[in-house]
Design a protein. Structure first.
Length: 112
């Protein structure tokens, strides 16, 4: 298995741990995985997750400001927002409201 596939697998494992009704950022996942400058690669992994056999809750990963920057990679323009709202997260104009209250930081939440 090549290193990109290994990294994507690691990203998927973290994303699967994000609780319903919470979100994290591409950068937070990259930092947690020890690849601080790889937030864009985390985004690539989220895009690739749509073809994964096991569903990955990619809708729970947003940019550092709570903006739904990955929404164009979902089946419809509103799918990402609809999934988040179904979990109780309020979104207005592609931005999560009360972002800090729903933010899930893997460095804290998954600390040993």
């Amino acid at each position: 298995m090549d290193s990109k596939k290994d990294f994507f697998k690691d990203v998927f494992e973290v994303v699967e741990l994000i609780p319903i009704g919470r979100v994290t950022s591409y950068g937070a996942i990259a930092k947690y995985l020890g690849a601080v400058k790889s937030s864009r690669v985390v985004g690539y992994a989220m895009n690739a997750s749509h073809s994964n056999v096991k569903p990955i809750p990619a809708h729970r990963v947003v940019n550092r400001n709570g903006v739904l920057t990955g929404k164009m990679h979902f089946p419809t323009p509103n799918a990402m927002q609809e999934k988040l709202e179904a979990e109780g997260i309020k979104v207005i104009e592609d931005k999560i409201q009360d972002f800090n209250s729903v933010y899930w930081d893997p460095m804290i939440e998954l600390a040993l």
